[in-house]
Design a protein around this ligand. Structure first.
Ligand SMILES: NC(=O)c1ccc[n+]([C@@H]2O[C@H](COP(=O)([O-])OP(=O)(O)OC[C@H]3O[C@@H](n4cnc5c(N)ncnc54)[C@H](O)[C@@H]3O)[C@@H](O)[C@H]2O)c1
Length: 98
């Protein structure tokens, strides 16, 4: 990810990374940068541009149906899945764990 990748220095970094075949994501609020600086990469399969604030880094959960959940909820779901998987693998009845 290149923050400020539509700016002077950032866009040169983007050019160098793209020419190396890297997957590049630019995050820029276009406050002083220009899409013109990176327009030749827009549409490339390994290039993504996100117009946004560096102070709030978007995660895939921000633009996908799955919303972020608290760490407690995530670990609880993981424990339940592991418990059920263990029960199945060990041929235990599920109600032994409840
Ligand atoms: N150009 C130079 O010679 C030079 C020399 C020394 C230091 N620097 C420093 O390097 C940095 C980049 O310089 P540059 O010349 O490429 O500047 P630039 O203004 O061309 O690029 C900065 C980019 O960051 C983006 N940006 C700014 N705030 C943002 C935010 N909150 N969220 C997302 N994007 C944001 C702007 O839209 C712009 O595209 C600056 O901090 C500059 O002070 C530049």
């Amino acid at each position: 990810m290149v923050m400020g990748g539509a700016g002077f220095i950032g866009s040169h970094m983007v050019d160098a990374l793209m020419k190396r075949g890297e997957e590049v994501c630019v995050l820029d609020n276009l406050s002083t940068g220009f899409l013109e600086n990176i327009k030749h990469w827009i549409g490339s399969p390994n290039f993504t541009f996100i117009k946004g604030e560096a102070s709030k880094i978007p995660t895939p959960e921000d633009y996908a149906p799955l919303k972020p959940i608290p760490i407690y909820d995530a670990s609880k779901l993981a424990c339940e899945a592991l418990t059920i998987a263990y029960a199945v693998v060990s041929s235990f009845k599920k109600d032994r764990f409840i």
